[in-house]
Design a binder for this molecule. Structure first.
Ligand SMILES: *Cc1c(COP(=O)(O)O)cnc(C)c1O
Length: 465
């Protein structure tokens, strides 16, 4: 039996973790010094840690536990599938029922003619698939020069070499020599800090037209695709101005390029529709999915592919695939998750109840002296911390200094709310009730109040010059 259990003293678990476990996006020495938080159980929208504290999870894990924790149905499906067929591949002229059933279900749910799926174990792998898919598509179309993928600064598309290249995170590109060739980045539609004197609507148009300008600069004959998240998640829940997506859609329709919409966060109900593409009326050729596909209960992702693209890719062998493409246990769990979302009308719950109530509360935070703007679509929201509400400017302290101090207070108040730079973000489970949202709001206000006091006391309540 494994000697590491939930019942060891926290300090021992922390010591073992520090000795052997390298954490993602973490300075491990610093973490070892501070002591990692050990999560032991979860139910509904709440986590329990090794000290017995109950924590409200307003991030749904990592943007993924859409149906909440503790759903026995998923555990039972996994158990059954493991006994019946724990693994078989889908490479060598073989398939299995969970992969067939999940592909069929996804084709039914997905908008437009996204009727085909290439499975992966997560979003990063799926976006790597997408790089190969779009380049291969243009090769087969007799246009091998169309290789460049246009993405955006501050986008997040994963952390593998390919997907991190698609992403627009400076800090990630700086480690490991990224991006790979033929990926270029245009500016993001982040009005609050980058909009200057323009109105949000003017700015949305201007940032969309950077796509058009980039296509012209490179030459349409060199551009394979544009990739974007409907709403940037890890970049700080950046909700684009209303004018942005219609203008991008116009450009994509006029130009001979493919549109990849990364719905790893916005998929499966998060924005109040099944997909963010429906919220923004987008017509993707390829859609990236993961996270909410299984509500995080099993690692699975994929690329939803249009009839047009799948038809061309299918002409010859596509030399690509993962050992766990369409893994039967993960596929069975995902299918059960989708059944629950449908049967319990969770997308309706988001659109008609949870999101409007959360929005009402969230926008009240705009009155706080520490809050420069509030943004929310469905069950994903952000706010900009500010030293001075009268101007849209960053703090004098390095980006993230202030955000981190607020995050510390959230931690202390048993609320999982993240900071991205000096924006606070939430992406709670979709099944939150009004009373959960009241609880969230109370803890958020307390954390903001305390964070504000601490920032002031530290002399950091200063706007950059
Ligand atoms: C999380 C995320 C990814 C990466 O997914 P992984 O499963 O972590 O590989 C890709 N795109 C977006 C928009 C994401 O939020």
């Amino acid at each position: 039996m494994n000697k590491i259990t939930n019942h060891m003293p926290t300090a021992e678990l922390q010591a073992l973790d520090a000795a052997h476990h390298m954490h993602p996006f973490t300075a491990n020495h610093e973490l070892a010094e501070k002591g990692v938080r050990v999560i032991t159980r979860a139910n509904g929208v709440r986590l329990t840690d090794s000290e017995g504290r109950e924590i409200l999870d307003a991030m749904a894990g990592l943007w993924c536990v859409n149906i909440g924790y503790g759903r026995d149905e998923l555990a039972e499906v996994a158990h059954r599938q493991m006994k019946e067929l724990p693994y078989y591949n889908t490479f060598f002229m073989s398939t299995h029922v969970p992969a067939i059933a999940l592909a069929d279900k996804l084709a039914e749910l997905a908008p437009g003619d996204l009727n085909h799926v290439f499975f992966a174990s997560g979003g990063s792998e799926a976006n790597d698939t997408n790089i190969r898919l779009v380049r291969r598509y243009w090769d087969l179309m007799g246009k091998p020069d169309k290789k460049v993928i246009i993405s955006r600064k501050n986008a997040y598309h994963g952390t593998s070499v390919g997907s991190a290249s698609l992403g627009g995170m400076q800090g990630m590109h700086a480690q490991g020599g990224l991006p790979i060739p033929d990926v270029v980045h245009i500016n993001q539609p982040y009005w609050y800090l980058e909009g200057g004197e323009m109105s949000p609507e003017e700015f949305g148009i201007a940032r969309a037209r950077e796509l058009e300008a980039k296509i012209d600069e490179l030459g349409e004959g060199r551009v394979a695709a544009f990739i974007a998240e409907p709403i940037q998640g890890a970049g700080g829940v950046i909700v684009p101005p209303e004018s942005y997506w219609p203008e991008v859609s116009r450009i994509c329709a006029e130009r001979d390029i493919l549109l990849i919409v990364d719905e790893v966060i916005t998929g499966f109900g998060r924005t109040g529709n099944w997909f963010g593409s429906q919220t923004y009326d987008l017509k993707p050729d390829i859609m990236t999915i993961a996270k909410g596909l299984s509500s995080g209960y099993a690692p699975i992702g994929g690329s939803l592919v249009s009839d047009k693209v799948a038809d061309v890719i299918g002409r010859e062998e596509f030399t690509h695939g993962y050992t766990y493409s369409g893994h039967p246990v993960a596929a069975a769990v995902a299918l059960e998750n989708l059944r629950i979302i449908e049967e319990e009308k969770i997308v309706d719950h988001v659109r008609d109840e949870a999101a409007p109530y959360l929005a009402e509360k969230w926008h009240q935070l705009a009155d706080h002296p520490f809050v420069g703007e509030t943004k929310i679509v469905g069950m994903m929201a952000s706010l900009a911390l500010t030293a001075d509400k009268s101007v849209r400017k960053p703090f004098e302290a390095p980006a993230g200094t202030v955000g981190y101090m607020v995050r510390e207070r959230c931690f202390a108040n048993n609320l999982i709310m993240r900071h991205v730079g000096d924006r606070m973000v939430i992406s709670p489970p979709l099944v939150m009730t009004k009373s959960d949202i009241d609880d969230l709001f109370e803890r958020a206000v307390k954390s903001l109040d305390e964070g504000y006091a601490n920032v002031k006391a530290a002399g950091l309540l200063k706007t950059a010059g």
